[in-house]
Design a protein around this ligand. Structure first.
Ligand code: ISC
Length: 400
């Protein structure tokens, strides 16, 4: 018998089948690059910030040696470098192509009734924090800081995460859509980080690396003429271009440490999501040493995180300003989510436009970059517009 007749053919999955197969507790990640659904736990990867890529490489080697086919590390890490992370090598991984625009009609989410909403902080607390950040910038302590606020929603029945994820993917098949189990000791029920992020932290395929920092935003109006005006204004806004430049420069500087050639477009372009417009720079590079574990997709993601798209400049001072000015710990918001394979290839997205769902509660965050020229009320409106991605999928858009 030839070897080929003994080889089990790989099953072929459709992206929509993997989405339909997602159950709370699975790991789901899709993007324009493809769809990955993972179940079960082969090995948990336990390591602190800075050591995750090495621990992941060791776990992947051990899983391959134990005969696990296609070992992959999947999961999420929180915003704070010393914060929580849930990374593991799953027992089973299924892959498919990128989700396409889906024809299937989804029933509208049940209009949200019976929800209580707790903004953290209240809107005027957020504008006060932005004013304080502007003072720190004026004093020369900071050049940029991203300030976030949270909405804590409590419904009258448990939130169905598979339905929420399905709505997010249908609303924007090009987004980095994800659902990751982030249950912590003491949680009354499974906790899931779920979202649809427009921001690619880093993607690696062989020696090729892509990062797509975003910063500088305008809400989408939903009217063609108004949106054309908003896009033109964003493209020329000195405040937004400055806010963007910090992020693109830092991402380019970090990738420059690992890459021989790096292509950094001179000017950002404007990209759209169903709710927002963003300034975007797509940076591409070629790794000098793709075999170095520090150059795995996870290693690059660790080196890049947290970028000034979610933190600030200088980063250490921005981290303390965020801790002082935000009343809520960000948890997994503004962290990273994705996967890395045995060969180092993988994809990690920034966990924005996301929520943590636990039983009847949904905790969502949105942030905005504060730079000289920021207006507290406009930053408040920007965060409200960013909440729409999740609120729309929950049937709660009327809340903002
Ligand atoms: C921090 C968030 O967005 C980041 C990504 C794109 C644009 C941003 C901005 O214009 O402030 C933020 O840097 C968020 O959505 O919570």
């Amino acid at each position: 018998m030839s070897l080929s007749t003994l080889t089990r053919p790989s099953p072929v999955h459709r992206p929509s089948d993997l989405l339909a197969a997602y159950l709370t507790g699975s790991f789901y990640f899709s993007s324009a690059r493809g769809t990955l659904l993972a179940d079960g736990v082969h090995t948990r990867v336990r390591a602190g910030s800075g050591g995750r890529a090495r621990a992941a490489a060791e776990a992947l080697d051990a899983a391959a040696a134990a005969g696990l086919p296609d070992p992959v590390v999947v999961g999420a890490a929180g915003f704070r470098p010393d914060g929580a992370a849930g990374l593991l090598v799953p027992a089973v991984v299924r892959r498919a192509g990128a989700p396409a625009a889906m024809a299937a009609h989804l029933p509208e989410p049940r209009p949200g009734t019976g929800w209580t909403v707790r903004p953290r902080p209240e809107p005027d607390g957020y504008t006060t924090a932005v004013s304080r950040a502007l003072e720190l910038i004026g004093d020369g302590e900071l050049r940029k800081v991203v300030l976030a606020r949270a909405l804590e929603l409590t419904g009258d029945h448990p939130v169905a995460v598979p339905a929420l994820l399905t709505r997010l993917v249908h609303a924007d098949p090009a987004a980095h859509a994800f659902a990751a189990d982030v249950t912590a000791p003491g949680d009354p029920a499974p906790r899931t980080l779920v979202g649809a992020s427009p921001e690619l932290l880093v993607s690696r395929r062989g020696a090729l690396v892509v990062a797509n920092p975003l910063a500088g935003s305008a809400p989408r109006a939903g009217d063609e003429t108004l949106d054309r005006e908003r896009v033109a204004r964003l493209r020329d806004s000195a405040k937004d271009l400055g806010e963007h430049a910090h992020t693109a420069a830092q991402v380019a500087e970090v990738l420059g440490r690992f890459c021989a050639d790096l292509d950094v477009p001179e000017r950002p372009e404007v990209i759209g999501t169903p709710t927002m417009w963003h300034l975007s720079t797509r940076i591409t590079g070629r790794l000098r040493d793709p075999l170095d574990p520090a150059c795995s997709a996870l290693g690059l993601a660790e080196a890049l995180h947290p970028t000034p798209a979610v933190c600030g400049v200088p980063a250490p001072r921005a981290l303390t300003a965020i801790a002082d000015l935000e009343p809520e710990d960000r948890g997994y918001y503004a962290g990273m989510v994705g996967w890395s394979g045995l060969d180092g290839d993988g994809e990690w997205a920034v966990t924005i436009r996301s929520a943590e769902v636990c039983d009847r509660t949904v905790r969502l965050f949105a942030g905005a970059g504060i730079v000289p020229g920021s207006d507290p009320d406009a930053e408040l409106s920007e965060t409200s517009a960013k909440f729409r991605t999740l609120l729309r999928a929950l049937g709660l858009e009327h809340l903002v």
